[in-house]
Design a protein around this ligand. Structure first.
Ligand SMILES: CC(C)(COP(=O)(O)OP(=O)(O)OC[C@H]1O[C@@H](n2cnc3c(N)ncnc32)[C@H](O)[C@@H]1OP(=O)(O)O)[C@@H](O)C(=O)NCCC(=O)NCCS
Length: 157
């Protein structure tokens, strides 16, 4: 099935699917590591449509799809900072994130940087570890009045 995986630039028409994945994956997957209030605050970021529009217009933002269904997405800020990487809750552990990450790493190199960085959730740490990312530090980050524990990771390309 993953032979049919297509990766392309995101468009504004993808916003409903992208925001649904963002909301549902946080609720279904990240809820393993964060409490109910944190999940509610974090997933509510799906409703900020202006912000998603701005990200798609201004950033390097890609989606992975199988047929007509978007199954994952990722975007870069500052040319080297992986700011988002999400896989559809029903398509976890099928190498979709690995494929998106490979493209993001190539893009960072093309942009002239030799290190890729990210803030990653507790949930995603093992994924990044399996891709040879190092932890720079564990941090507590404030978001909409809530404190989230996560990790800054990096990899020299
Ligand atoms: C983290 C995430 C993006 C990984 O996506 P994925 O498509 O399932 O990842 P892959 O299938 O490419 O995983 C590749 C390898 O990473 C490791 N890995 C991935 N998820 C893992 C998990 N939950 N626990 C342990 N190892 C994991 C494994 O080694 C895996 O290989 P394997 O399945 O053969 O064991 C996905 O779980 C997700 O959307 N999480 C919620 C959102 C999130 O936290 N995003 C991170 C930025 S905040």
């Amino acid at each position: 099935m993953l032979d049919d995986l297509n990766i392309r630039a995101a468009t504004l028409e993808d916003i409903p699917e992208i925001t649904t994945i963002f909301r549902d994956t946080i609720r279904a997957v990240n809820s393993r590591d964060y409490n109910e209030k944190q999940i509610a605050v974090w997933s509510s970021g799906a409703d900020d449509i202006d912000k998603w529009e701005e990200r798609i217009k201004k950033l390097y933002f890609i989606v992975a799809e199988i047929g007509d269904t978007i199954v994952g997405f990722s975007y870069l800020t500052k040319g080297y900072y992986l700011d988002g990487l999400f896989v559809h809750k029903d398509f976890q552990r099928q190498t979709i994130a690995s494929k998106l990450l490979r493209i993001m790493e190539s893009r960072v190199s093309i942009n002239g940087f030799d290190t890729i960085k990210s803030d990653v959730s507790i949930t995603a740490l093992e994924f990044f570890d399996s891709h040879f990312y190092e932890v720079e530090k564990k941090q507590k980050k404030s978001h909409k009045g809530m404190v989230f524990e996560n990790y800054i990771v990096y990899k020299n390309l």
